[in-house]
Design a protein around this ligand. Structure first.
Ligand SMILES: [Cu+2]
Length: 377
């Protein structure tokens, strides 16, 4: 039997991670409960953009999956750690002052303890201190979504496990919408026709003496080599949605001319700078927090490592747009490129190829003034 002293010691040891007893009333029996089925990114589960309903308890369930994962077109494999089987984990959407009630499941088939730290929540290491579960366990966490915005969540099981789990794929994002929806700088409603979630991920895959990527029998076997690569801070892969080309070609994101598209972009570990080639951010919550007025007409926006941002853009021209991390080495050499395939009618007023490529001098017959003939007074 535990003595009172032992009990106190246990209490002290766990104090860092334990929530204080509830001081405020937490009887939520009067609130409506809704169950939401999560979907894999880049898609987002159906949701209202604005709601007249009273705050609700929104119930989610996520199963953690440790799984083999191909990160590039060469078949490079890692042991990924995932929320619900995808990298990033699924986007969750609630409204300000809703309660998020998450059942987090760590199936027996996994090998490690995991938890979840919600940057949108308050207390207990973002919930990380109340959700650490071993394989074969589940836990239910409830927290109130008091701050509107897009926020990262990630696994944070303690010490060196934290960065390793995050760069193995264990991160995602939640969107807490203002109850009356998104607004411009004057408080005028902003609405979107569709929303996509792009999670950017840095991977650190060890190589052998010949420079070939190494494979390992289990995550723990991969750990010592992986941490050596991580400590050099040079990712071997910087990708959108878990692998090179996950959002290009036949997996391209789609839109129509005139459609308002909300692009939510997270990076749980490292800074990034999204840019839509041939387009803009009409309204951008660069820091992702909807109580702040959006910036307008941006060319490139900055997502701080450990945060998410949101950009709203109405496509004006058809065609294929590349959406990249505008560190172009990361975009082209390491994988951080997505495509938007946009249908619609071309607008010659916005852009026109006045003359196709041809021999130098051919432009003269259009009556063009050559720079050498231009006089500046
Ligand atoms: Cu984990």
């Amino acid at each position: 039997m535990l003595s009172r002293r032992n009990l106190l010691m246990c209490a002290a040891a766990s104090a860092l991670f334990m929530a204080a007893p509830a001081l405020a009333a937490d009887d939520l029996s009067g609130l409506q409960r809704v169950k939401v089925d999560l979907v894999a990114p880049p898609f987002i589960h159906p949701h209202e953009q604005a709601t007249k309903a009273a705050p609700r308890v929104v119930q989610f369930r996520m199963a953690i999956q440790e799984k083999e994962w191909v990160v590039d077109n060469e078949g490079t494999k890692i042991h990924a750690m995932t929320f619900n089987g995808s990298v990033p984990g699924p986007m969750m959407v609630v409204h300000e002052n809703d309660y998020v009630e998450l059942t987090l499941v760590n199936p027996e088939t996994n090998t490690m303890a995991h938890n979840i730290d919600f940057h949108a929540s308050t207390g207990a290491l973002g919930g990380g201190g109340l959700t650490l579960i071993n394989p074969g366990e589940q836990v239910v966490l409830r927290w109130k979504a008091t701050r509107p915005g897009v926020f990262v969540y990630h696994c944070a099981p303690g010490g060196p496990m934290i960065p390793w789990h995050v760069v193995s794929g264990m991160n995602g994002a939640i969107m807490v919408l203002p109850r009356d929806g998104l607004k411009d700088e004057n408080g005028k409603p902003l609405r979107y026709d569709k929303a996509y979630y792009i999670g950017e991920q840095d991977f650190y895959v060890p190589r052998d003496a010949q420079g070939k990527y190494k494979t390992y029998a289990s995550p723990s076997e991969a750990y010592p080599d992986s941490v050596e690569v991580m400590r050099k801070l040079i990712p071997t892969h910087e990708v959108f949605n878990g692998r090179v080309d996950s959002l290009t070609g036949k997996n391209a994101l789609t839109a129509k001319v005139g459609e308002r598209v909300l692009i939510i972009h997270s990076q749980a570990n490292r800074d990034t700078r999204p840019h839509l080639i041939g387009g803009h951010g009409d309204y951008v919550w660069e820091t992702g927090k909807f109580n702040n007025p959006p910036e307008k007409d941006l060319e490139t926006w900055f997502i701080r490592g450990g945060s998410a941002g949101a950009a709203l853009y109405t496509f004006r021209q058809p065609g294929v747009y590349a959406y990249v991390n505008h560190n172009l080495i990361e975009a082209v050499e390491l994988g951080a490129t997505a495509h938007f395939k946009v249908e619609g009618t071309w607008n010659d007023d916005l852009m026109k190829q006045v003359q196709p490529p041809g021999p130098i001098g051919a432009g003269d017959k259009l009556g063009a003034v050559t720079p050498s003939a231009t006089k500046v007074n």
